[in-house]
Design a protein around this ligand. Sequence first.
Ligand SMILES: [Ca+2]
Ligand SMILES: [Ca+2]
Length: 380
Amino acid sequence: MKDYIRTISMVCLVMASIAGCSTEGRRSITATEPDVEISNSDTEGVVLIADSTPAESWEDAEAKLLTNVRQLTNPTMGLDRAGEAYFSPDMRRIIFQAYPRGESKYQMYTLDLTSDGRPISDSLRRVSPGDGACTCGFFEPNGRGIIYASTFLNPNLQNPNRYQREGASYVWDMPGGMDIITANVDGSNPRQLTKTAGYDAECAYSPDGRFIVFSSDRDGNPDLYVMNADGSGVRRITNRPGYDGGPFFSPAGRRIIFRADRRQNDHLQLFVVNADGTGERQLTADSDIVNWAPYWLPATADAPDGRSVVFTTSLHGHYNYEVYLLNVETGMHQRVTFSPRFDGLPVVSPDGKWLMWTSQRGSDATSQIFLADFKVPHGF
Ligand SMILES: [Ca+2]
Ligand SMILES: [Ca+2]
């Protein structure tokens, strides 16, 4: 297990396949309205209310927001599993992590899309060197470069920071030899951006391409940091016990959405903070529900810095993660996916018209990448 590629963003893929996280005994939540609920709490953040859409098939329930669902990756492409995909600025390419056939460490890949969001299968390209383990790819906003995290420079360094959910059999490490790498968009000329000992990963550019936000345990426990795009000028954004990670800049670059374990390990909740580290606000209330992998919807005319995110929740069980929407200003939230298997790690395309996420809904039930036309409901 110690060699398991580890960023917390992939914990879902482990959760979905390893026993240990039962939802038995979870309190039953019944919503009077089927789709949209707002609830306040005496703790900080919104208490999520589960969508209770009844009777109709899950496909019909899901078709309210998601149509033309297409599977972008599959094992016949030589990818035993794939996940955590992000769009290029022009929406014609995605970057993601996948197990090459027969291997158990992620490498980074890109895949080209047609203008209507179909995969061009012979465009699949591995863009990481092939050594070590990789994760957390992201396109440079000008479309010319990529970043990702990899251990290929120090594949055998271990790290004391690891996670283990109580009562569960799985453990994952945050490799001390993991650094953030930048490369040309075809993977050529990889260069090391972080050179500090410890785990550096979970990286994303600011919308103007000037900065990279990332998670690092260089000061002890994982916290958020921002650096210039060339790796200089690192400054710390969070300074709290426990894991802080999975950060993304808001559409105008003024805020950062992220996930953190502030109560105890593996009880992730959603947070937002100003890009300078001030004004942190917890968005989802502490509970046994895990909420993570938030990603901004594009700006709207009346919300130039964005107002809503898609994210992943265990609200319907640790064996059936689902994608939800959350308006970070009002707390309004709504269910997006309904398949009985894992759905998570969602992103919305730059034009707001597609949702792309990782799911095990395919015929062979491996984790793969899916894309659908996305109807963003009113209020988000
Ligand atoms: Ca921390
Ligand atoms: Ca599901």
